[in-house]
Design a binder for this molecule. Structure first.
Ligand code: UDP
Length: 327
């Protein structure tokens, strides 16, 4: 095995901490960069070095790369809240787009050959068809999606100009927690639906607001494709293997090709938790497309991705178990 390291930016965060565990289990040597703005030191496994700082700080990143040979970067560190991106666009273009440019510049200067990039279904905007395929038009409808799409463009240009290949994984809605209970979503003031719903079920917040029931969907609430965080981490391992095999850069949706409405998700959380928490119907939230469902054929065939947790009840059970653990 290659003795170089895998650099995980945002490795103290929700998805990054699952990734670091998956890398360790696969016999890899992860290093974590995290500024701990939303992440937590506690979810970085013992023995994994954590460098506290910003991926947009070229000197800091350069020092780490000079001291540790890096085979691939898995780049999670980013801001991820769609409505916040609408009110703070420059923060999103700074943290997501400009910082990725700095990170890439450091990587290319040192000959790092690969990157797996956290992209998002938000690059599609309101898809013209569902399930949406990777070559369908990218017309993001919020700054978050645009901030990530710009990074995809940078990656494509960099891979043309340098000995470098990448996998851009367009995540649909990531949820759940490590089935063994080692990590989960700890972010304070979380805004994502399943996290908010399990907090409501456990009495950590006074119920839940539904942002719009007047969308052109079956029950009027938005439809999303919820993917278990452990399957998502596995997709990154598969992408890493794919790039190591010398295959060309690739962009893949990561989802189950299966959509649930907000009302359906709430129903499952109520059933699994046994708690009938309060739900209030509110107006639409800025930046929300009506429906996002992945076509996942490319990930299944090109990356050989095999999901093991394609089950909304399991996603909710694991999220609830982690939420209880957080106390
Ligand atoms: N949502 C909601 N109430 C909440 C959080 C989310 O109704 O407290 C809805 C949101 O409007 C969207 C869906 O749930 O239609 C998924 O939103 P989330 O923030 O989880 O992920 P996004 O799709 O924005 O990345």
């Amino acid at each position: 095995m290659d003795q170089r390291h895998i650099l995980v930016t945002g490795g103290a965060g929700y998805i990054g901490s699952h990734m670091t565990l998956a890398l360790l289990e696969a016999g890899e040597r992860p290093l974590v960069i995290d500024n701990l703005s939303t992440g937590s030191r506690a979810v970085v496994p013992a023995g994994v070095p954590l460098f506290e700082g910003n991926v947009g700080d070229a000197e800091f990143v350069g020092r780490i790369m000079d001291a540790h040979p890096i085979e691939a970067i898995i780049h999670f560190a980013a801001s991820i809240v769609v409505p916040e991106s609408v009110t703070k666009p420059l923060a999103y273009y700074g943290n997501n787009t400009a910082n990725a440019r700095t990170l890439l510049d450091c990587a290319i200067k040192r000959g790092v050959p690969h990157m797996v990039f956290s992209s998002t279904a938000a690059v599609y905007g309101e898809p013209e068809r569902t399930p949406v395929e990777e070559d369908d038009p990218t017309k993001p409808i919020n700054p978050y999606g645009r901030s990530k799409l710009m990074v995809e463009w940078m990656l494509a240009d960099v891979a043309q100009a340098h000995p470098f290949s990448y996998a851009a994984l367009r995540y649909f809605n990531v949820a759940g927690a490590d089935p063994q209970g080692r990590t989960g979503q700890s972010t304070p003031n979380a805004t994502h639906l399943i996290k908010v719903a399990v907090e409501a079920a456990l009495g950590k917040r006074p119920g839940l607001d539904i942002y719009g029931t007047d969308y052109p969907t079956t029950d009027g609430s938005c439809i999303r494709d919820y993917v278990h965080v452990s399957d998502l981490a596995q997709a990154h391992l598969d992408a890493l293997r794919y790039l190591r095999d010398g295959k060309p850069s690739i962009t893949c949706n990561i989802g189950y090709a299966n959509g649930y409405s907000v009302l359906e998700v709430i129903e499952v959380v109520k059933r699994v938790s046994g708690v009938d928490f309060e739900v209030r119907i509110k107006g639409r939230r800025a930046g929300d497309p009506a429906a996002l469902i992945a076509s996942n054929q490319r990930a299944l065939s090109a990356l050989n991705w095999t999901p093991h947790h394609d089950d909304l009840e399991q996603i909710v059970r694991d999220a609830l178990a982690w939420e209880r653990r957080l106390g």
